[in-house]
Write a protein that binds this ligand. Structure first.
Ligand code: ZN
Length: 323
């Protein structure tokens, strides 16, 4: 590994921009978190306000960690343009479209910066420092309020035409399925993300069910563990549709590993045995038994650690200016 001049007292400033919160941290060259701060995204306060808060938090994190900021990596809910560093038309902060946190943070900190979609960032983090280490063909899938995925082949992030981030959460699983945020029906996300599990349960439960108003996917998993019959069926439904999407990935890519993260995977023991069964049935034409189905190992900070890895991935020699 080539050591760059600031490696001894420098760490990567990481910025994870989500729909509801922004996390900032200082991450060393082994992926360990040395300082961490977070604030509400508050998109209605405007982009400049968020940029000022990110700047303040990065400076504070560097002071806490006792280090300099050697570079800045950003993971953001998409769409973002990884090459220009601009936000696209992001659902959660549509008024930030065209703003450029990469350029702005580079000018404030006088270091290089890079941004990726947050699923790509987490995929890079798991590939380098987590459950995907030493896997040549790695697919990272996060299952929570949506389904996101990133593909890392030979250590490089897979990009589509025009640097596009492939939208694996919107691959079609059942054309007769529920409507999706993208305008189509039956996308993987619309059938197997957390809210889909809740919707399925609500549609089947009696109107007087006491928990309908406050129901979450996490609660459905708890009810299933307590033996609730409908919750168990909801888990079976989830196994079927999460499993079909994963089986499609196994058939399409025959990867070394699929690493699974996101809030739903906290209950992975309820899903994985059934999903493995389904893959065994669906994927006969590829060596499915060689694809490892692993859980993400970077935990709650996977997105933040991944954001730091975005900078390493873009500037493998620790560049101090944009390539
Ligand atoms: Zn869709």
């Amino acid at each position: 590994m080539i050591e760059h001049p600031r490696a001894k007292n420098g760490m990567t400033g990481a910025v994870d921009i989500g729909g509801t919160k922004i996390a900032v941290g200082m991450i060393d060259d082994t992926g360990s978190v040395h300082a961490r701060l977070e604030a509400a995204t508050d998109p209605e306060q405007g982009y400049r306000n968020a940029l000022d808060r990110i700047t303040t938090m990065l400076r504070q994190a560097a002071r806490t960690a006792g280090c300099e900021v050697a570079g800045i990596g950003i993971g953001s809910t998409g769409p973002v343009d990884p090459m220009t560093g601009e936000f696209g038309n992001v659902n959660f902060f549509p008024h930030w479209q065209g703003e450029n946190p990469v350029r702005d943070l580079e000018s404030r900190f006088r270091v290089s910066a890079a941004m990726e979609n947050d699923a790509d960032a987490a995929a890079l983090g798991e590939a380098a420092w987590g459950a995907g280490q030493c896997k040549r063909r790695l697919i990272y899938v996060t299952v929570g309020t949506g389904i996101g995925a990133g593909l890392v082949f030979g250590g490089e992030l897979y990009r589509g035409v025009d640097q596009a981030h492939p939208e694996i959460g919107h691959h079609l699983v059942d054309p007769s399925g529920p409507p999706c945020s993208c305008g189509f029906r039956g996308c993987w996300e619309s059938l197997a993300a957390g809210p889909a599990m809740v919707e399925w349960f609500r549609a089947k439960a009696p109107a007087e069910h006491p928990e309908l108003a406050t129901l979450t996917a996490k609660r459905i998993c708890e009810l299933a563990r307590e033996g609730d019959a409908l919750a168990r069926r909801a888990v079976e439904h989830e196994v079927q549709y999460l499993g079909l999407g994963l089986a499609n990935l196994v058939t399409l890519f025959a990867p070394d590993a699929i690493v699974l993260g996101g809030s739903l995977m906290k209950s992975s023991d309820l899903f994985l045995p059934g999903i493995r069964n389904l893959i065994r049935q669906c994927c006969q034409y590829v060596p499915f038994e060689k694809t490892e189905l692993a859980l993400a190992s970077l935990g709650e900070d996977a997105n933040l650690i991944g954001a730091a890895r975005v900078w390493h991935h873009r500037f493998p020699q620790g560049g101090t200016s944009r390539a």
